[in-house]
Design a binder for this molecule. Structure first.
Ligand SMILES: C[S@@+](CC[C@H](N)C(=O)[O-])C[C@H]1O[C@@H](n2cnc3c(N)ncnc32)[C@H](O)[C@@H]1O
Length: 211
């Protein structure tokens, strides 16, 4: 299994994904507001796993440059259509994974990854690569489903669904493990928050700073 097969899964899903409603709109707005407050007008920002660009279109106007990326060319094509219709200066979309970006693409003052880090196959390797793309003291801002904290039935169902092509690869880890991976890759954690409008959705919003 590889980036190519993961990209195929997300390409197949992209049209349906673009039409889906955001499950918790208030929680999403809280994440946007909090993220905007961490960004500065002169920042260069990278988003990984941007999907169809919904978040990029909401945040790009707050910074100088915003490069939004995704491994799925299907997702990026939909995002690009939206960009053409909105013409936000400084916003660009590109089909890419963290590992396919070179140091010359950076450095970025912030890297954003929403509903993304559980989908990468080599989490320590991806985090080290993100660290390399960041400027000194740059921020990695993420919100990640921690499947290891969720109902065990979800953990049982995931491999079965993956076997029949109905679910993507998803890493199973707990918040503490994700935090350890961040530390190990050279990040200090500044904040861990839950933005869900009801209870704990096990998707911690984590602000981490490059050491
Ligand atoms: C659940 S969607 C989240 C999209 C968007 N960030 C959001 O919160 O709505 C996950 C996205 O990550 C992308 N993705 C999956 N694995 C990836 C990887 N290794 N590198 C970059 N993008 C990836 C998928 O193509 C998909 O668009």
């Amino acid at each position: 299994m590889s980036l190519t097969s993961d990209a195929r899964f997300w390409d197949r899903t992209s049209r349906k994904y673009s039409k889906g409603a955001i499950a918790d709109q208030a929680g999403y707005e809280r994440t946007l507001e909090r993220t905007r407050a961490l960004l500065k007008p002169d920042d260069r920002v990278l988003e990984l796993g941007c999907g169809t660009g919904t978040t990029a279109l909401r945040l790009a106007g707050s910074v100088r440059q915003y490069l939004a990326t995704d491994i799925s060319a299907g997702m990026i094509a939909i995002a690009e259509d939206k960009r053409m219709a909105s013409l936000i200066p400084g916003l660009a979309f590109r089909t890419a994974a963290a590992e396919t970006l070179a140091p010359e693409d950076g450095p970025f003052k912030a890297v954003l990854g929403f509903n993304y880090l559980h989908l990468v196959r080599d989490l320590p390797g991806t985090l080290r690569h993100i660290h390399m793309l960041l400027a000194d003291d740059g921020l990695l801002i993420s919100k990640t489903p921690c499947v290891g904290e969720m109902n065990p039935l979800i953990r049982l169902a995931l491999p079965l669904m993956r076997g029949v092509g109905l679910a993507p690869y998803a890493g199973v880890f707990r918040v503490a493990e994700l935090s350890q991976h961040l530390h190990g890759a050279g990040f200090d954690i500044l904040a861990t928050e839950i933005h869900a409008s009801k209870g704990n959705d096990n998707r911690p919003y984590i602000v981490a700073r490059k050491r």
